[in-house]
Design a binder for this molecule. Structure first.
Ligand SMILES: Cc1cc2nc3c(=O)[nH]c(=O)nc-3n(C[C@H](O)[C@H](O)[C@H](O)COP(=O)(O)O)c2cc1C
Length: 177
């Protein structure tokens, strides 16, 4: 599987990093990062199956519809990036790659992070949900025996993996032990 992952400037950047860290090694990942996030990633993370791109590198392969990939996830998604995607604005690599996913009718998962959501953001989410884009905010579940922040994040990451079709054992499923 080939996956594009972007991390935007909403609260919860660390959650995006943990999502990437939890990906199985066989998944070929293209990661889109801001300058600051890139420095941290390059120091802390190395993998043969991961390529890292700057968000202003608009000529990167993932900016083209001819680049073959199975899905894209933006974790977390800022309201700014959400609004741009909903309007078809493609002014950086994250928004361009998302626009490509939509035009090529490929899977796109957004994890909007804000509290509370404004009516504008809710309208943007509804518009995108009606285009089959997965709107999956970082909302914890309370039924999986969660006791720590790490377990809560694992639950959310596991839900995103489920939506993307990635196998995992990150949380205990309801009715299973
Ligand atoms: C500490 C901090 C936390 C932020 N948290 C959020 C957030 O949770 N959700 C959000 O939509 N924007 C948040 N913002 C604002 C975004 O960073 C800002 O709108 C930025 O323009 C988003 O740019 P991007 O979409 O290109 O990442 C936060 C900003 C800062 C400095």
């Amino acid at each position: 599987m080939r996956l594009i992952v972007a991390i935007t400037g909403a609260s919860g950047v660390g959650l995006g990093k943990r999502f990437v860290d939890a990906l199985p090694p066989e998944i070929e990942t293209c990661l889109i990062l801001s300058d600051n996030a890139r420095t941290v990633f390059e120091k802390e993370h190395s993998s043969d199956t991961m390529r890292i791109f700057d968000n202003d590198d608009i000529a990167a392969p993932v900016a083209s519809g001819s680049f073959r990939c199975d899905a894209m996830a933006i974790i977390p998604t800022s309201m700014n990036t959400l609004a741009k995607i909903a309007c078809g604005i493609a002014d950086n690599l994250t928004t361009r790659a998302a626009a490509v996913q939509i035009k090529e009718q490929r899977k796109l998962l957004l994890a909007p992070r804000e509290m509370p959501f404004s009516p504008i953001s809710l309208e943007n989410m509804l518009k995108l949900a009606r285009l089959q884009i997965i709107i999956a905010p970082p909302v914890p579940g309370y039924y999986a025996g969660i006791e720590t922040l790490e377990q809560m994040e694992d639950f959310m990451i596991g839900k995103w993996f489920d939506l993307l079709g990635i196998e995992h054992t990150l949380f205990q499923r309801w009715g299973e032990r």
